[in-house]
Design a protein around this ligand. Sequence first.
Ligand code: IMP
Length: 520
Amino acid sequence: MERIDPFGLKAEDFFKNFCGESLTFDDLCILQPYTIDFPVSDVSLATRISRNIEINTPLAASPMEDISEYRMAISVALQGFPAIIHYNLSIYEQAEQVRRVKRFENGFVKDPITLGPEDTISRAIEIRNSTGISTLPIVSKKKLVGLLTKNDYSGQKHAHMMVSSRMVPLDRLKHQIVRLGDLPAEDSARLQKANDILLDSHAGVLLIVDDSTEIDSLVTRTDIEKSEAYPDSIKDRNNSLIVGAAVQTNLGEVKERASELVKAGVDFLCIDSSHGNSTHERDVLQYLKKEYSHIDVIYGNVATAGAALKGIQWGADAIRVGKGVGSICSTSQVSLGSRSQITATYACAKAVREYCFKNQIEPSVPVISDGGYSTFSAIGKGLLFADVIMLGSMLAGTDEAPGKVIYDRQGRELKEYKGMGSLEAMRRGSAARYDEEDGGDMVGEGVVGSVRYKGPVSGWVPKIKNGIRKCFQSLGVRDLSSLHEAVFNGAVLMERMSEAGKREAGIHDLTEYKMDLPLD
Ligand code: IMP
């Protein structure tokens, strides 16, 4: 292969050259291997979060208290990548969070919530407040007798009235009812046909009934609108959004938690431990793979090639890489085992890639590089080697992150962001992540801090996605597999950036400047 420059080194030569050094994002200069002959919009961001789950954006929202609950999970799934619901929640609460995501955009809402004609309107209001669902088929002795939507009542005026007096009765619903037998049997063709009927009907909802007029399912106009507005959204076979959930390394607890999460419809699990490569994580992984072979499991966190390979041998469907590098992380001050993120990611990704190739593991095991990402170019550099970048701080300031906007003394808008290894979070359950037992001598591995407020995910994440596309385009590659091919085959050359080079690469020699992106 022709060298594009006499001074740059292929990835393997580069890292061999710096054997014994832990390098990270700013240490790396990446040389452009190919001529750019396509626009940014031609770049595909498709990848896999785990062996069997395809996603449309190479990101994941970290399983942290201040990042991933159902609001974040819904918003990022619409943008093409999953969130992993954290486990500092009771088993019931975490499963309920998963359910809320799965219910959000269902295509067919199977088993919809119903009311009876004798119920009061106040019951409909309760359901609407607790689940956000306001379209309620009304059934009597299992048979459909009417429909109640938010347009049919006023909370103040009708709360005490019976549903029967406000619902739209069956004889006025004819145009929005279809028999199951009149729809195609195959899932996606059935959904397509149901959506077509609904769009032609002027109605907001189409009710699907069986031969004895029992309600089977429904489809809503808002669901159709949502899926048109978010072409990158990631969905399962039933057209529900994809979501993951975290479990601990305590096998007894995991058995109960995983069972509820799977019942709630979770798509994949993530064993959330900062100390990967332990026998207790192995035991949990092997238990989950035996009990739920259809559910992919993410294993980590690791930072060495050996630990990554053990994860695969023990059954992992994705390897999560990152030790001591998160923005809120104080591990490097209180413990050992940390490694700078670019060296860790390269070492693990190379080993995993070669292992999967040699052992014909197909689809191969994706590598998730987790922690330390704060700029678009850092994400681009992580993706030279990894399949997915996991974000904490870059999502913590969005509206959908749990917690309220706070103000500092200068009046700047901020949101709190704390480590799962901060004492505060550990006392709520994440102590196991750090192999700590809740007690007086717990040593925190994380801090409580804040980040700049970034507005809604729908405004901020498309910028990150475009930033990633620009990184790909700047190297002349159109997708992640071409990028990996180019990196691991030696077409992409790299150099170590000097300290003077880092100063030059930053913004310099200005008396003041304004950044147009909320990057801290
Ligand atoms: P960030 O994107 O740089 O903010 O890093 C987020 C990552 O830091 C998470 O995905 C976790 O892997 C890791 N992490 C979360 N909480 C802690 C902590 O308290 N100490 C150390 N690492 C943490």
